[in-house]
Design a protein around this ligand. Structure first.
Ligand code: GLY
Ligand code: MN
Length: 450
């Protein structure tokens, strides 16, 4: 081989091994993820947390999506990794201070023909690229854990934190018991509940991503308002929205799009999207996208032919006004969301429900409260239904939906209006869907391209 070619090959190899991680997502600065790991450590009572990346999807058409907690703590987007966080433990036999290691699988040169190059712990600069204090080969994980437990005089065995649903965690703990000659280990504590406490209040970078998800979803909803017409299928409408999301830089929908026309408007999570929209239908469109792992959640209800009937408009106005009643009742730090039983006087669900139940009637002269079938809203974040303890007290930095609905199958008439709100630093609500039509008249105007 001539020197030039050899030099070229070596240069290519070095470049490939030191490439920054190729990813298509907007990431937050490495220090943000690090600070989250430190914050988690402070909740572990001297324990050690081990988290595993999501496994690859079984179905070929499903793209890989990182485990949400793993992503929140690392921004890492590849499968096969594990994260260990050791909190300070002054009581340990060998007192310990904070430590973190990202464990990476050994490179698989054959699989890389399919997946592209994946860095491993031996890749130059891997820790810096990953933004963690240290990387090690995955094979070292049981070794490191064995050492930590040994150094803590085995008191640590009952203070290990892991994802309850991760099969790797169960296998690791069982194997770890074996390293101490024991067939039983205390079960790991649930690390996801600790991370949920951190995830519930969003930082500025997360809010930026949530705004981008909402803006792209607004573009999708506007595309929907132009696409809905008698003779068009529900799936065509979902497709036009999907095109708008992808154009705006989103990687996928944040949940299966719901385009429910006619009777389907009364099915809360209708997802078949197979019907052809007919003249006179009302259409509930609950569909939004995910931008760099952060979700939006928006529902609009539109008339198939561009103009609500009198009855559709009546119900639409009641639902919209019930949303406004909840907005008016909002007090930062006091109000709660998603109290399905409506027993808590601070729950915004009460305000919306009371409005619906005291305005309008069904065909039998009965109040409409019975046709509202779900909670008023939920927290939004990396998951469209971010983990939270409900009813959740709403504070600055929290992002949540207000989504009242009335569903009357007898009239083939369902209306849901869903906006996503941020509680601002001043305690006031900021409507992330402000740029979308809200009133029936605004919806009609948008359908006429105005
Ligand atoms: N937008 C879907 C849901 O909140 O369940
Ligand atoms: Mn929702």
């Amino acid at each position: 081989m001539c020197r030039l070619i050899r030099f070229g090959l070596i240069a290519l190899l070095l470049t490939a091994l030191t490439l920054p991680l190729a990813h298509s997502l907007d990431k937050q600065p490495a220090g943000v993820y690090h600070a989250r790991r430190v914050a988690l450590a402070a909740k572990l009572h001297g324990g050690v947390a081990i988290l595993f990346a999501a496994q690859e999807p079984v179905l070929d058409f499903m793209p890989y999506r990182q485990d949400e907690d793993f992503y929140y703590l690392t921004g890492w987007t590849d499968p096969g990794a594990a994260l260990l966080i050791a909190s300070d433990d002054a009581q340990a036999a060998s007192p310990r201070t904070y430590g973190e290691i990202l464990f990476l699988p050994t490179r698989n040169l054959r699989l890389e023909k399919y997946s592209g190059i994946k860095p491993d712990a031996a890749t130059p600069g891997a820790a810096k690229t990953a933004g963690v204090d240290a990387v090690q080969p995955m094979a070292q994980l049981p070794v490191v854990l064995n050492r930590l437990i040994g150094e803590a005089n085995r008191g640590l065995s009952g203070n290990l934190w892991a994802q309850p649903a991760a099969p790797e965690a169960k296998a690791l703990l069982q194997f770890n018991g074996a390293t101490f000659g024991s067939s039983s280990m205390p079960p790991a504590r649930d690390v996801t509940s600790m991370i949920a406490q951190l995830r519930v209040v969003k930082d500025a970078g997360e809010i930026e991503l949530l705004r981008k998800a909402s803006d792209a979803s607004i573009a999708g909803q506007r595309a929907m308002m132009k696409a809905v017409k008698p003779g068009v299928t529900e799936r065509t409408v979902a497709g036009k929205m999907t095109a708008a999301w992808f154009e705006a830089g989103c990687e996928r929908p944040s949940y299966a799009p719901i385009v429910g026309s006619g009777i389907n408007s009364t099915i809360l999570h209708y997802g078949e999207n197979s019907r052809t929209i007919e003249d006179g239908d009302i259409v509930v469109v609950d569909a939004a996208c995910e931008y760099s792992m952060y979700a939006a959640d928006i529902t609009r209800t539109v008339p198939a032919n561009g103009r609500f009937t009198e009855r559709q408009r009546e119900i639409y106005n009641i639902v919209l006004a019930s949303q406004q009643a909840a907005i008016d009742a909002f007090v930062s730090g006091k109000s709660k969301i998603n109290d399905r039983d409506r027993k808590d006087p601070d729950s915004l669900d009460n305000a919306a429900y009371n409005y619906i139940n005291t305005h309008g009637k069904d065909l039998h002269g009965q109040p409409l409260g019975q046709y509202w079938l779900h909670g008023l809203g939920h927290i939004v974040g990396i998951n469209v239904h971010d983990p939270a303890e409900y009813p959740a007290v709403l504070k600055p930095g929290m992002v949540f939906t207000i989504e009242p609905g009335v569903y009357i199958p007898e009239e083939k008439l369902g209306v849901r209006i869903e906006c996503t709100f941020l509680v601002g630093e001043d305690g006031k609500l900021i409507d992330l869907t402000a740029a979308l039509p809200h009133t029936a008249e605004e919806v009609e105007a948008a359908m006429q391209g105005k």
